[in-house]
Each structure stands twice: as structure tokens, then as C-alpha cells.
Design a protein around this ligand. Structure first.
Ligand SMILES: [Zn+2]
Length: 145
């Protein structure tokens, strides 16, 4: 089991839905870090049965939008000198930039190199977003992005 006191300084992303840990790992590009990173999967949890957890020993600034999009129920613990100094609860972002791809095959963003496409939340429970260019709705799926 993870022991926060082993972590001098860093971030613990807790209560990740089981199976989402690997998507968060990839989307946050944690494989590119040279700092110690631990991904734990299928940890027994009272709340949800099982959960995933990521522990990063670094000052790395995590992209909260990416995290909130994949799993709005995670808790982020910031650790300093072996103690949790602050906790952060996430919500689904209202606006997403540069993470999603438009599902509309005729959308200009799928034919021209459009950078930083904005998507706006239209349905919170379904994670559906609207493309700023064509207004088409796209459901966010972590495994497809
Ligand atoms: Zn579009």
C-alpha cells in the first residue's frame, strides 16, 4: 500500500476510477518525466471497490483540465516533507483546449492543422462537448484521445 510519508515532495492523485490510471498517465505524459512516478492499479477502496492511484515525486505542474476531463472524481494531494499540505477536488472542465478531437469527419479541424481547438461542455453526466468550429457534439472517451 502507498505510504505518503515516503514521499518528501510531490503529488498523489487518489480515487482514480479503476482502469483510468493508465489513461491519466498517458494524457499527462508522465512517461516523459525523469522524476519517480508510480502508477498503482486495482487498489481496494471502501468507496468504490477498487481504485487506481498515481504518485509523482516532483514539482511538475499537472494539467488539471486533462485530469478533470478523464476523471472528475479524483482527489489531488500535494505533499511536502512527507505530509499532505493541501487537497484539491476536481470538477469536469467547462472548456477544454487542445485535448479533444472533433468527431465530425467534415469539421475543418480534421482537415486543416488547426491548433488549440476549444470545446465547450454541453452535458456533464455524459461528458459531451461542443466543437467551436462546427458545433458538432463529441463525447469524451479517455481511451480515444
Ligand atoms: Zn468540429
Amino acid at each position: 500500500m502507498i505510504n505518503v510519508s515516503e514521499l518528501k515532495k510531490g503529488i498523489v492523485i487518489d480515487h482514480i476510477e479503476a482502469g483510468h490510471g493508465i489513461h491519466i498517465f498517458k494524457q499527462l505524459h508522465l512517461d516523459e518525466l525523469t522524476d519517480p512516478v508510480v502508477l498503482l492499479t486495482n487498489i481496494p477502496s471502501n468507496k468504490t471497490g477498487t481504485k487506481d492511484m498515481i504518485k509523482i515525486e516532483t514539482d511538475f505542474k499537472i494539467n488539471m483540465n486533462v485530469l478533470g476531463l478523464i476523471d472528475p472524481n479524483v482527489t489531488i494531494n500535494f505533499v511536502q516533507q512527507g505530509k499532505v499540505t493541501s487537497k484539491l477536488k476536481l470538477t469536469l472542465p467547462r472548456e477544454v483546449v487542445g485535448i479533444m478531437k472533433c468527431k465530425n469527419p467534415r469539421c475543418i479541424t480534421n482537415h486543416e492543422p488547426v491548433k488549440d481547438v476549444h470545446f465547450y461542455l454541453v452535458d456533464e453526466s455524459e461528458k459531451i462537448y461542443r466543437c467551436e468550429y462546427c458545433d458538432a457534439y463529441t463525447k469524451f472517451k479517455p481511451e480515444e484521445n
